[in-house]
Write a protein of this length. Structure first.
Length: 314
């Protein structure tokens, strides 16, 4: 028996990448919508309700509409948009979040796929809160450097059209200090104060690195960089897709520069701690279309269906 899978938004950046993953599999049958019916509500509703798993790779408003179309209790929705990441009844699709997360993903039919920046931030910060090293009331800041595919089809077209010198250099954005990932960053780390978050988009297709700088004086008294690194390692022990690098990773230090593209075309996240006696940088890198979106969505599908979590993923 094959699982019927439908990708609503199959021509978008996230949807296309999910379809690439699904094309490698023999255990799923992909239900495809005719090109001229991609936005036909009745046809979308038919396919959504025929699917065992439906990925929503749509703008937020269209995702909400799609969720409302589903009446089949067997259809599991995995929503890549921001629409449901802190919504009641939806489970956050980050299996590595905490001990009970896989069971929650398995037992629910509504899964919200995390945002790309948020995935890196949450994986870096949550274990420090859980271990009691970082108080939930801490005033945290974070920056993220991301490739332009994170902005979807329109941003990709803007960068790839060429001829705009302003796109050559990195561009900080979300300067209104209200990036759409902040609610999920708080909800899934336990931080009670909104982090100051500034993403920066660069002139490269994909790859993302979040940096959380911390003064050791903001952590539990006496905390060392090594203890922070060990808390991450303990939290992710046995995880297939999260790797905690050695303290002050010698390879990165030898180069002197951090490579945000090193996990491209994988579903992996690397976590790093750099530091001295006063300060640390906690860093996370991933492929924004891998563990930051499409890979994560496929991983959640695997967990939900009870198949090997790594099926179809590298
Ligand atoms: N790109 C990334 O790295 C990430 C994206 N996401 C999220 O995933 C979702 C999809 O993003 P992304 O793939 O980048 O976006 P894109 O803009 O690349 O693709 C969105 C797709 O949805 C289609 N669409 C829009 N409205 C409807 C509708 N009413 N019915 C059916 N299809 C519709 C669009 O059609 P058309 O082709 O005609 O425009 C387009 O193909 C967004 O919510 C985004 O925030 C999440 C994590 C990372
Ligand atoms: C470069 C760029 O614009 N990136 C997007 C994030 C993409 C992502 O994770 O997305 P969603 O929350 O939309 O699912 C942004 O910062 O808004």
């Amino acid at each position: 028996m094959k699982y019927a899978v439908y990708v609503d938004g199959q021509e978008g950046t996230t949807g296309l990448r999910i379809n690439e993953y699904l094309a490698l599999r023999t255990d799923v049958e992909v239900l495809r919508i005719d090109a001229d019916k991609r936005k036909d509500a009745a046809e979308r509703a038919r396919l959504l309700n025929a699917a065992d798993v439906a990925f929503l790779c749509l703008p937020d408003a269209a995702s909400r509409e799609a969720a409302a179309m589903v009446t089949n209790p067997r259809t599991c929705l995995i929503d890549a948009s921001t629409a449901h990441r802190t919504a009641p009844g939806w489970v956050f699709g980050l299996p590595e979040l905490s001990g009970g997360q896989r069971d929650a993903i398995r037992s629910v039919k509504r899964i919200a796929n995390p945002g790309c920046h948020a995935t890196a931030f949450i994986l870096a910060v949550r274990p420090l809160v859980d271990a009691g090293l970082l108080p939930p009331t801490a005033h945290v800041t974070a920056t993220s450097i991301t490739g332009y595919s994170g902005g979807g089809k329109s941003m990709i077209a803007e960068y790839e059209a060429g001829g705009n010198a302003k796109l050559a250099s990195p561009r900080p954005y979300a300067l209104g200090l209200a990036h759409k990932h902040i609610p999920e960053m708080m909800a899934h780390t336990g931080l009670t104060v909104p982090p100051v978050f500034m993403p920066i988009v660069g002139n490269f297709y994909k790859g993302l690195g979040v940096t959380v700088p911390l003064h050791l004086s903001d952590l539990r008294a006496g905390t060392t960089p090594g203890q922070v690194r060990d808390a991450l390692a303990a939290h992710y022990e046995g995880e297939r897709f999260v790797r905690v690098m050695p303290l002050r990773d010698p390879d990165t230090m030898a180069h002197g520069f951090f490579d945000v593209q090193a996990n491209n075309d994988t579903n992996h996240v690397d976590l790093f701690v750099f530091g001295n006696e006063q300060q640390i940088l906690v860093m996370a890198r991933l492929d924004n279309l891998g563990k930051g979106a499409s890979g994560a969505a496929v991983q959640s599908m695997n967990v939900h269906l009870g198949v090997d979590e790594t099926t179809g993923l590298v």
